[in-house]
Ligand binder design. Structure first.
Ligand code: PHE
Length: 345
């Protein structure tokens, strides 16, 4: 009889005194799962007469509640610390549960810092695609057809196309071209982004890295503007008193071109391993935008002039944190990453 069974199982439940979490689980399996006894008794209930249904319905529901209540009490008893118990009761005096925040990637931190400095000088951020065509990455930038940088050794080609190969961009200078093609000066922009070069991965080289390129084009822009802008940038980034020096250099898209060194941030010019005991470290390439590049982008080179510069974010970051192995930046090792600033956004 259904009524007898309910009585018998109720007694069993009342006497149930678990001594381990395993006992609680046994209880659940016996009574509460879909093939358990509670469900079985409800199934049996379906076939009793209407008279009995009225009285037994209530008894059966109470039985179900009893089983569920016993189970949740037993579960609370074995599910960890007494903390759990208090939390269930809502003890508002308990300290909140902390949660761990991630930290910013050192390259993101450096990029942000660079961008902030130039923003204050009126530069806007401009971005472009990582998969580029030959025109934007090379031709418009005045690279002669046989220039070695186009070579298979440096460039990851994606698709060979008659006269306009598709490749992963080798520098963010491609964004200069995209920006200038869009309109007329003045342009004052910085262009952060990832670039790719076909190099064997080692502590000192990687097949991808990050650059920030800058471009300023207007009437009467001179090399003095370039020097002062970059000098100011370095004082902001590495502190007042950081020295700069410009060495003549060559880039197809700038004329004249220079490389800029700063006094070593680690030894302050005394000489250390990082600056190879010279006291100076190179941080960027720069120059006056070649008139050919302006013309290629539809800009009158008689009326306008401009300067451009480009730096590797990895290099800038290394000079701050002395990271000796480039591979660390892309290995996602939490021990490395968690050393950097945590930012609450
Ligand atoms: N694009 C150059 C590089 O990748 C850097 C650079 C940018 C130099 C702008 C001069 C002007 O090395």
């Amino acid at each position: 009889m259904l009524q007898d069974k309910i009585k018998q199982y109720s007694e069993e439940i009342n006497q149930f005194t678990p001594t381990s979490a395993a006992d609680v689980e046994q209880f659940r399996l016996k009574f509460l799962v879909s093939k358990g006894l509670v469900k079985a008794l409800f199934d049996e209930f379906k076939s009793v007469g209407p008279e009995e249904k009225r009285t037994l319905g209530k008894v059966l529901n109470e039985f179900k509640q009893l089983a569920e209540q016993k189970f949740s009490e037993a579960q609370a008893q074995f599910s960890g610390t007494s903390d759990t118990q208090s939390k269930k009761e809502g003890d508002l005096t308990l300290p909140g549960e902390g949660f761990q925040l991630g930290s910013r990637h050192p390259l993101s931190l450096a990029r942000k810092e660079i961008v902030e400095i130039f923003k204050k000088l009126g530069f806007v951020v401009s971005e472009g695609p990582e998969i580029e065509d030959d025109w934007h990455n090379f031709s418009a930038l005045n690279f002669p057809p046989e220039h070695p940088a186009r070579d298979m050794q440096d460039t990851f080609f994606v698709e060979k196309k008659e006269g306009n190969d598709i490749a992963l961009r080798t520098h963010t200078s491609s964004v200069q071209v995209r920006l200038m093609e869009m309109g007329q000066p003045p342009f004052r922009a910085i262009m952060p982004g990832r670039v790719y070069r076909n190099e064997a991965i080692s502590a000192r080289a990687h097949c991808f890295f990050h650059q920030v390129e800058g471009l300023y084009v207007d009437e009467n822009v001179s090399f003095a503007d370039l020097k002062q802008t970059l000098f100011h940038f370095v004082q902001e980034l590495y502190g007042e008193g950081t020295k700069v020096r410009f060495r003549p250099s060559y880039f197809p898209f700038t004329e004249p071109s220079a490389e800029m060194d700063i006094s070593c941030t680690i030894c302050k010019g005394e000489g250390c391993q990082l600056c190879k005991y010279s006291g100076w470290v190179e941080i960027l390439g720069c120059g006056m935008v070649d008139p050919n590049v302006l013309e290629n982008c539809g800009i009158d080179s008689k009326k306008y002039s401009g300067f451009a510069f480009g730096m590797g974010i990895e290099r800038i970051t290394n000079l701050k944190y002395e990271i000796r192995d480039l591979r660390l930046f892309s290995e996602n090792d939490v021990k490395f990453l968690s050393q950097f600033e945590t930012e609450i956004i």
